[in-house]
Design a protein around this ligand. Structure first.
Ligand SMILES: *[C@@H]1O[C@H](CO)[C@@H](O)[C@H](O)[C@H]1NC(C)=O
Ligand SMILES: *[C@@H]1O[C@H](CO)[C@@H](O)[C@H](O)[C@H]1NC(C)=O
Ligand SMILES: *[C@@H]1O[C@H](CO)[C@@H](O)[C@H](O)[C@H]1NC(C)=O
Ligand SMILES: *[C@@H]1O[C@H](CO)[C@@H](O)[C@H](O)[C@H]1NC(C)=O
Ligand SMILES: *[C@@H]1O[C@H](CO)[C@@H](O)[C@H](O)[C@H]1NC(C)=O
Ligand SMILES: *[C@@H]1O[C@H](CO)[C@@H](O)[C@H](O)[C@H]1NC(C)=O
Ligand SMILES: *[C@@H]1O[C@H](CO)[C@@H](O)[C@H](O)[C@H]1NC(C)=O
Length: 398
């Protein structure tokens, strides 16, 4: 290119190239749809739902990849459904702060289970450092009168991911992953006050190949709950607390539940939680199901009430028939390298079903120190078959 051509290129072509980026909103990853171009006001008061809806519908209709951009700013939206199928890979760049409506009537009578839902999508990424504020404070007092909406739901999303987003003060649970496959969660921050009702961090149900990592969760209920029908779930480097810890279940509450097979919880820390690692199944479950191949490894407990629990007599309302034991069979569960401090008298409590005893339960390298106010009691095992290896302190009951 000679002098003339190159300067002509800079004067004529480069601006055209730059202009086309702005006008067509093309990025490497596809066409960009900015909610502000669709009328979002971002003053935190005006209902911006229709702008979000319109931007999503156009993005989803693109014959290829598309990006929904939510720039910095405060948006009052919802309930809102980002529904597919779309044609290409959908990227949601969320930099703004989204506020949930405080008027509960907008979630009824056509009940929306989720404030924000992504549904029927294949290839989705939600990221960008933004915040979802469920504005739960005014709703929490009604939690036993109404089924309150969850903040964020992924329903039938395949090959999806969310990372680098904060969720605060949901009205009910913060995030549900339901009927998803190949879904990854990374670098989230979830927070609600310790005494807020039902503000669980993440629920995973009927899903396969789900990973959750590098995430911080403090709330008023479970940190992460793995529910029926979930297989191949890996949770690593998650910090829980306050809250109720990581829980498998409750399971066996309804007929024809799916099994929980293949769960790894690794390199996690629990601080000031009620429970640490827990598997709970209802006392009089209506039909059979299985929990198997579960590994809890490299876990630090700090001031946790009940660090290790299997409870197959779960019956919070006391209305179960004690002569019909749980039909959930638990096998191949390993607790390995669990250390730290605990507050209730029993560190390890494994209470399994009379009809379907737990089998192949392993305790290895447990080092838990009592810091509670009364007298520590020995670990307790009921209907458990298994093994222990390495040092187990307090002494193993298996
Ligand atoms: C669509 O996005 C995916 C994921 O980022 C990428 O692998 C693929 O190359 C993109 N396709 C096009 C046509 O840009
Ligand atoms: C709450 O929402 C309902 C249903 O949309 C509406 O009829 C009502 O006026 C709203 N209440 C307030 C205080 O905005
Ligand atoms: C916002 O607008 C959407 C769509 O019109 C509506 O469904 C929703 O109830 C509105 N939200 C509030 C808080 O009024
Ligand atoms: C899950 O990911 C694997 C590996 O990328 C892929 O082979 C498989 O098809 C994916 N599953 C679905 C349902 O897309
Ligand atoms: C599980 O999903 C991840 C994406 O989250 C994918 O990279 C991986 O290949 C999948 N594994 C299998 C066995 O499908
Ligand atoms: C857990 O921590 C160990 C030691 O720091 C590290 O080698 C391993 O990769 C970590 N595993 C996961 C799944 O984070
Ligand atoms: C342990 O947790 C309890 C209850 O949350 C709290 O009152 C106490 O101060 C904590 N102790 C330490 C040493 O953190």
């Amino acid at each position: 290119m000679d002098q003339y051509l190159s300067s002509k290129f800079i004067r004529v072509c480069l601006p055209l190239v730059l202009l086309s980026v702005v006008v067509n909103g093309k990025t490497r990853n596809g066409v960009v749809f900015n909610v502000k171009d669709f009328g979002a006001v971002a003053n935190g008061l005006t209902n911006d739902t229709e702008a979000f809806d319109a931007a999503w519908k156009e993005a989803c209709a693109v014959k290829g990849n598309a990006t929904l951009r939510i720039p910095e700013g405060t948006y009052m939206v919802g309930p809102i459904m980002f529904e597919g199928p779309c044609n290409g890979f959908m990227e949601v760049q969320l930099k703004g702060l989204l506020l949930a409506p405080t008027n509960l009537s907008v979630f009824y009578p056509e009940y929306s289970r989720n404030w924000i839902e992504f549904r029927h999508l294949n290839n989705l990424l939600v990221h960008g450092g933004g915040i979802l504020d469920g504005q739960g404070y005014s709703a929490w007092p009604s939690h036993h009168l109404l089924q309150l909406p969850y903040s964020l739901g992924f329903n039938k999303v395949i090959n999806g991911a969310i990372r680098g987003i904060s969720l605060v003060n949901s009205k009910n649970l913060h995030m549900e992953i339901f009927a998803c496959q190949n879904f990854s969660v990374k670098s989230l921050t979830i927070s609600a006050p310790q005494h807020s009702p039902n503000t669980d961090g993440i629920h995973i149900g009927r899903s396969t190949n789900i990973t959750v990592k590098d995430t911080i969760i403090g709330d008023g209920d479970d940190c992460i709950a793995i529910l029926q029908g979930s297989t191949s779930v890996i949770i690593s480097n998650v910090m829980c607390g306050p809250g109720h810890g990581i829980s498998v279940g409750s399971l066996g509450g309804r007929p024809r539940e799916g099994d929980v097979v293949g769960l790894t919880v690794k390199n996690c820390t629990f601080t000031g939680t009620d429970n640490g690692l827990r598997i709970k199944t209802w006392q009089s479950s209506p039909s059979r199901s299985f929990v198997s191949d579960v590994l809890f490894q490299n876990i630090l407990m700090r001031n946790v009430s009940n660090p290790i629990i299997i409870d197959q007599h779960y019956c919070p309302h006391g209305n179960c028939n004690p002569s019909t034991p749980s039909k959930v069979k638990i096998s191949r569960v390993q607790f390995d390298n669990i250390a730290g401090t605990y507050r209730n008298p029993v560190a390890v409590k494994l209470v399994c079903s009379e009809d379907y005893p737990c089998s192949d339960v392993g305790l290895g390298d447990i080092d838990l120190e009592y810091i509670g106010d009364s007298k520590p009691e020995p670990n307790s095992c009921v209907n458990v078959q298994g093994y222990s290896n390495g040092n187990v302190k307090p002494a193993s009951c298996i």
